[in-house]
Write a protein that binds this ligand. Sequence first.
Ligand SMILES: [Zn+2]
Length: 465
Amino acid sequence: MKKIITLILFLTLMVYNSCSVKQTKNTPKYIFLFIGDGMGLSHVALTDAVTDHRLTMLQFPTNGAISTFAQDRYITDSAAAGTALATGEKTSCGTISQDSSHTRSIPTMAEMAKQKGMKVGIVTSVSIDHATPASFYAHQKNRSEYYDIAVQMASSNFDYFGGGFAKGVGEKYGPGDVKEKMVSAGYKIITKRDELSSNGTEKIWAYNHTTDYSQSLYYEIDRPEDHISLSEFTKFGIDHLTNDKGFFMMVEGGRIDWASHGNDGASMVQDLIEFDRSIAEAVRFYKLHPEETLIIVTADHETGGLAMGNALTGYQSSYKLLNYQKLSQDFFSDKVASWKKEKKVNYEMAMDSIKFYFGLGDKELNPEFELIDYENDQLKNAFNYTMTGKSAYGDYESYKRYGGYDPFTMTAIQVLNTKAGISWPTFAHTAYPVPVFAIGNGNQEFNGYYDNTDLAKKIIKIAGL
Ligand SMILES: [Zn+2]
C-alpha cells in the first residue's frame, strides 16, 4: 500500500512538473525563417491558382505584411533587405549586415542564436554567398565581393550550409580556395543525395555535384532527377540540426526572384512550389514540437510587379496554361544562342521548338494555344532581332520589351504569360509590401502591417536571442 501511495505521489509530481515546464516555456527553441526572394503576394496567389492544392504557407493562422524600403532607396536590393531581415536594422543597397557607412558590423539573428548555444543552418537555392544567405553570416560593404563573403562561412562556425555552391570559388573573386577553407574549418562536404547523413555533431556544407553558371541549384523546372532539391536540403537540415538547445534555420527560395527578373512566370511558379514544399517539411517538424517551434515565411522584396491580369485578356484568366512550359527561360535561351551560332535553324523550325517547349501554336494540346496574327508578328520580329540583330523597335522600345534578355525567348515567354492572363511591368524589384505568414509559438505577434526591420526584432525578442 505504501508503495502504491508513493507511486501515485510520484506520478502526480511528474504530471505537475511536465505541466509547469510547458507553462513557463514561452520561448520557442526551433526557429524557421523562410525567405522567398522576390516573392510578392501575387506570386503566392498565382502559384496557388496554378496548383491543385492549397499552398502550405496559405494555411498558416497568422498573416501580415511588411514594407521593404532600404535606407538609401525606396526600392531595395536583396543585400539591404536581407540585412534588415537578419539584423533588424536598415542599411544601404549592396551592404551585407553592416551599417551604411561600413564602419560597424551588425550582429545577425543567426549569430545571436549560435551565441546562445543553438545550432544554425543556412539553406538557399542560389549560391550560398549570395546576398540573402550572406546577410545572416557575413559582414561586407559590397555584396559582389563573393570571395570575402564565402570565407566568412568558414569562420561563422554555423552547423549547416545547404543548397548552392559558392560564386566566391571563381578566380574573378579571389584565390578560389573557399572549399579548402571550409574543409580546414572542419566542414564535411556533401554533394550527392545518398551522402546526406549526419552524426549530429559535425558541421556540414551540402551542395549539388553540378551547378549552373551561377553556382546555384537549377531552376526547379529544369532540375535533373539526381540533383538534391531545396526541400530535401531543408529536410536534411532539420534532421541534422535537431538538438535539445534548439536551432535557427533560414531557408531562401532564391530563384523565385531570378525567374521574376526574367518575367518567366512558369519557372517562378515551379520554384515557389518547391519553396512551399520546404515549408511543408518545417510544418511536419512543427507538428511533432508545436510548443517549441516557430515558423515565419516572408520575402525580402517583390520582383517584376507581377499582375494577375493584363490588358489583352482583361477579365479572362487561364493561369494553368503556365503548366505547359517545359523548361526555364535560361535553358531555352541557351538553345537560341546555339541556333544563332550554327545558323541552321529557320523561323519555321524555331516555331516548332516554341510549340514543343511552350505549347504555343499547338491547338490540339489546348485550343487556347492558337496563335493570332499579332502574336505571330511579335514572334517573327523577335526571331529576326535575335538572329540578325535587326529590330523593328527603337532602343527604348526594345529594352522595354525584352529587358536585355534574348528577344525570341522573351517573346515566347511573354506570349505564354499573356495567354495565361498575367503580366509584368518591370524586370526589376518593386516597392510593393510583401506578405508574412506565421505558425507556431508566438505566431500572433506577426499579425498586422509593419516594417521588415520590425519583423527581425520580433523574431529576436520571441526567440530570446
Ligand atoms: Zn533580385
